[in-house]
Design a protein around this ligand. Structure first.
Ligand code: SAM
Ligand code: SF4
Length: 321
């Protein structure tokens, strides 16, 4: 089978698919308070179009899929898409990143669809602060979602926390304790600059500072655990604690992914403006051309992101963070 190897020798086998740019939250670092200009539904790829894309991608060596957004669970019937993707030859894993608010409602259907893993974003365990960060969210819904995942027997669930100095950096240890209690691995993510993040530098906190806070209470044992992503992991009792550091330690040398946006563009790199329009050829069912465009996207994948020089010029929700 063909493999996708870029010109820097990196094998690309992981595809993040944004299934919608819509969201029921407006996280301060991701979306403006009034939302973004949602793409009209006729510009959003249908489940059949996404499935066709993944069939071609799988024939080129894509093995792992992550559904993201926006909030993937606000797209009606996303469990049907998961089942369609799970049945594609060569696809070994389909996972989902969610704000967790709708997991209690849809958890059972997601389990039945064959979804392999779920990552839940939680930045704070304080109800008031949760409301401030997400603008529209209710922490209790998300905690209920976490419990639902455990009740349904989802394995290897994770928590993602974006750490912001002066906002939630005082809760790093509490979040680790929460992760240990529910048995989820937890990853702390450096805040990335987008046009929406005011005064990004003032809220930026590096991995060294995050680790120091945890090591005031716990011993973090180095680990060679690797997942599909760029996190560096440490063992802590029953869970792993990971750090995703796009800014302070560029992780580009181990990048294994490309992205598909909800409106049909391939993004070779999250932190680079290049995008390749694949919607037109999907809509005329020219799957040979889709293949060519995937190969081309890997060919132009840059060596590294340019986030320290420029911010991401759109909401993370529209590019599928
Ligand atoms: N709505 C889902 C969620 O919140 O998990 C999936 C989409 S969201 C865009 C995916 C991830 O991107 C979340 O973990 C979110 O915290 C992260 N994210 C969004 N904007 C970010 C930023 N400026 N810096 C770092 N991470 C960001
Ligand atoms: Fe929505 Fe996720 Fe962005 Fe928050 S981070 S606004 S939940 S897409």
């Amino acid at each position: 089978m063909e493999r996708l190897i870029d010109k820097f020798g990196r094998e690309i086998y992981y595809l993040r698919i944004s299934v919608t740019d819509r969201c029921n939250y407006r996280c301060i670092y991701c979306m403006p308070k009034d939302g973004i200009n949602w793409k009209p539904m006729n510009e959003i790829l249908s489940f059949e179009e996404i499935t066709d894309f993944v069939k071609v991608a799988a024939s080129l060596g894509i093995r792992k899929i992550k559904l993201t957004g926006g909030e993937p669970l606000v797209r009606k019937g996303v469990q049907d898409l998961i089942a369609m993707l799970k049945s594609i030859d060569g696809i070994e894993e389909v996972s989902l990143t969610t704000n967790g608010s709708l997991l209690k409602r849809f958890g059972r259907q997601l389990k039945a669809s064959g979804l392999d893993r779920v990552t839940v974003s939680i930045d704070t365990l304080k109800r008031d602060k949760f409301r401030v960060i997400t603008r529209l969210g209710n922490l209790d819904d998300v905690i209920a979602g976490v419990e639902t995942l455990n009740e349904l027997g989802f394995k290897k669930s994770k928590i993602n926390t974006v750490v912001m100095k002066g906002i939630n950096d005082d809760e790093i240890v509490d979040l680790v304790d929460f992760a240990k209690r529910v048995g989820f691995d937890i990853r702390f993510i450096e805040l990335m600059p987008t046009d929406l993040v005011n005064d990004w530098k003032a809220h930026f906190i590096s991995i060294e500072e995050m680790r120091k806070k945890i090591e005031e209470k716990y011993v973090l044992e180095p680990s060679d655990k690797r997942t599909n992503g760029p996190a560096v992991y440490f063992r802590l009792d029953n869970v792993y604690v990971g750090f995703i550091t796009p800014l302070s330690h560029a992780f580009c040398s181990v990048c294994n992914r490309i992205r598909l946006t909800s409106d049909g563009f391939i993004l070779p790199c999250l932190g680079h403006p290049d995008r390749v329009d694949v919607k037109g050829v999907l809509r005329i069912n020219d799957l040979e051309k889709v293949k060519e465009l995937i190969r081309y996207s890997v060919k132009i994948k840059p060596k590294e992101h340019s986030l320290l020089c420029e911010s991401i010029h759109s909401s993370m929700a529209s590019v599928g963070g």
